[in-house]
Design a protein around this ligand. Structure first.
Ligand code: ADP
Length: 345
């Protein structure tokens, strides 16, 4: 039986993430989907155990909520080792990394979320730790300065990023394993919803699980939060069980439409269509008009809209597609009659 990992440091702290932690799979076999990633990790785990070596440093990339942290936390459970968690923005200077690096044990895991947001000085400080398991500490200043090389235990660094393109080349090269996580199928999400409803002791019918799954933007974290909402909705308005009608009513009240888009997604499409006449427009102009950060747009909203071909990216900026016009029930460019959008059941 794998041990519970010892989690130290500053795990990301909002409500969504706390809820995620409660529903997170503990072992690799409990992780749904991402089959080829799982297969490769199984090989690496078996090899690490047989060779008695730490896992190679790994980088997980993909949109938020697809399981990067899940994979990182499952690995120490499988190995019976500990994990420390921090994030790129929390590491403002090399000294911020010291407590983590000095706490690593042989084979343990250091997880850095949003690693693309780690400042360059911290990045450079971590290179020798990754390559040779040592750090160089500069003591004193000017001509009296000297460098002390401190050996570290042989640990594994796991980085997670929503923007692997923003990672510097040298940093990327130091990760021997790169895994990209992609969106989940509706079937896979339905399995996740069913398992998590059980963990929450909430009865759910298969069609209701399918409905929530189909309206969760291919993303387990969103499926979890839709499930959570449907559960509260049912407890308040129904008998605590989630059947199809209850799931639909809950999603309608949350303003999640039939494609799983929420208010913010539709506002994005509305803004391109109404304010920018369908585009092309730059992400900065869109973000300023919507009063959101460009990161929120490019990390959270756009990847799924791109995948669903609601928008396209051109060298001159983002453009809404005919599908987006149809979804919102807007007339496509010059034609007078637009199709009627069907947003809700
Ligand atoms: P990321 O780190 O990519 O933002 P997380 O690993 O935090 O995403 O995933 C969010 C939540 O979604 C997890 O807590 C877990 O409940 C669920 N989840 C993610 N991936 C899977 C998966 N493959 N199987 C089951 N549940 C998953």
């Amino acid at each position: 039986m794998a041990r519970q990992p010892i989690v130290q440091g500053d795990p990301p702290g909002d409500e969504d993430k706390k809820r995620d932690a409660a529903l997170r799979p503990r072992l690799l076999r409990e992780v749904i989907g991402q089959h080829s990633v799982k297969q490769r990790l199984e090989i690496l785990l078996r090899a690490a155990k047989k060779l008695k070596e730490p896992l190679s440093h790994m980088l997980f990339d993909g949109p938020p909520g697809l399981g990067k942290t899940t994979f990182a936390t499952v690995l120490p459970n499988e190995l019976g080792t500990s994990i420390q968690m921090t994030s790129g923005p929390a590491l403002t200077k090399p000294a911020d990394l010291l407590p983590f690096l000095t706490n690593v044990t042989d084979g343990s895991i250091l997880f850095i979320d949003e690693i693309h947001r780690m400042p360059r000085v911290v990045e450079e400080f971590i290179y020798p730790a990754m390559e040779d398991f040592r750090i160089d500490i500069v003591l004193g200043e000017g001509i009296n300065a000297r460098t002390l090389s401190m050996p570290l235990k042989r640990f594994t660094l796991i980085g997670a990023t929503t923007r692997s393109g923003m990672l510097s080349g040298p940093m990327r090269d130091r990760f021997k394993i790169h895994e990209h996580l992609d969106y989940y199928t509706v079937d896979e999400l339905a399995q996740i919803v069913t398992i998590n409803a059980k963990k929450l002791t909430t009865p759910i019918t298969p069609d209701a699980a399918g409905e929530i799954a189909g309206r969760s933007r291919g993303t387990p974290r969103i499926a979890n939060s839709r499930l959570w909402w449907a559960r509260s909705y049912s407890a308040s308005e129904h008998d605590g069980t989630i059947d199809l009608a209850t799931a639909q009513a809950a999603l309608k009240m949350a303003e999640v439409d039939l494609l799983g888009l929420d208010k913010q997604d539709r506002r994005y499409l509305e803004t391109i269509i109404s304010v920018f006449e369908g585009g092309p427009t730059g992400v900065e102009a869109l973000a300023a008009t919507m009063n959101l950060s460009t990161d929120t747009l490019s990390d959270e909203i756009e990847p799924y809209l791109l995948r669903e071909q609601m928008i396209v990216r051109t060298p001159r900026g983002r453009m809404a597609t005919q599908k987006a016009y149809a979804h919102l029930g807007k007339a496509w460019k010059s034609s007078d009659e637009g199709p009627q959008g069907v947003l809700f059941s």
